[in-house]
Design a protein around this ligand. Structure first.
Ligand code: SF4
Ligand code: SF4
Length: 192
């Protein structure tokens, strides 16, 4: 669907909003476009649609536009929008839902490295129950073939002992395995 600027009224399509409400419990239909979320969002400048526009696009039923947007991969789930929203709209949870749906549908991701980082992060949690930065970064570097960016910062952190060399596992790895089987594997098919 092509979304052009127009001076004609654009019809609302509640089907997508209803789907999101049912899946997440977030009442996206309560948004009245005050922009308080966007004014507090730390990464709004890096998004193609800031949080209030996400709500408007949901209102218009613009699913394809949202699933292929940079916005859903730029959101860092800081929940600032949720904390500021006068209508208690949890935009971060909506972004999660949109990321999951885009992944399940195999939509081309405009920020492929962000999605890769999501995956190696999740796989690291699956392996150890918590993040082990050294192995996570190694997996990211190998899969992205981006070997040299941030090397200086990484080395400084390592020399200061902020990045432990060897991982340790948490208790309750069986529970973590079950969580992944019920959630992550259904989206990614068990593959990173
Ligand atoms: S703060 Fe809440 S009501 Fe205001 S634009 Fe954002 S989501 Fe909508
Ligand atoms: S949760 Fe996402 S959309 Fe909300 S303020 Fe943080 S980065 Fe922005």
């Amino acid at each position: 669907m092509d979304y052009q600027l127009t001076d004609q009224p654009v019809p609302r399509d509640p089907a997508f909003a209803n789907e999101i409400i049912e899946a997440t419990g977030v009442r996206v239909d309560r948004c009245y476009q005050c922009m308080t979320c966007t004014l507090g969002c730390p990464v709004a400048d890096a998004m193609d649609f800031p949080p209030n526009q996400v709500m408007r696009l949901i209102d218009l039923g613009a699913e394809e536009v949202l699933l292929s947007s940079r916005t859903i991969w730029m959101c860092v789930t800081c929940e600032t929008c949720f904390a500021r929203c006068p209508n208690q709209i949890d935009t971060a949870a909506v972004m999660d839902y949109l990321r999951e749906k885009a992944t399940a549908k195999g939509v081309a991701v405009p920020e492929a490295r962000v999605q890769l980082l999501h995956r190696v992060f999740a796989e690291n949690i699956r392996s150890f129950g918590k993040v082990h930065e050294a192995t996570m970064l190694m997996a990211y570097k190998l899969k992205s073939r981006d070997f040299f960016s941030d090397m200086g910062i990484g080395l400084k952190l390592f020399l200061k002992g902020k990045i432990p060399l060897f991982p340790s596992k948490v208790k309750g790895m069986d529970e973590i395995k079950r969580i992944f089987e019920k959630t992550y594997d259904q989206t990614f098919g068990g593959k990173s």
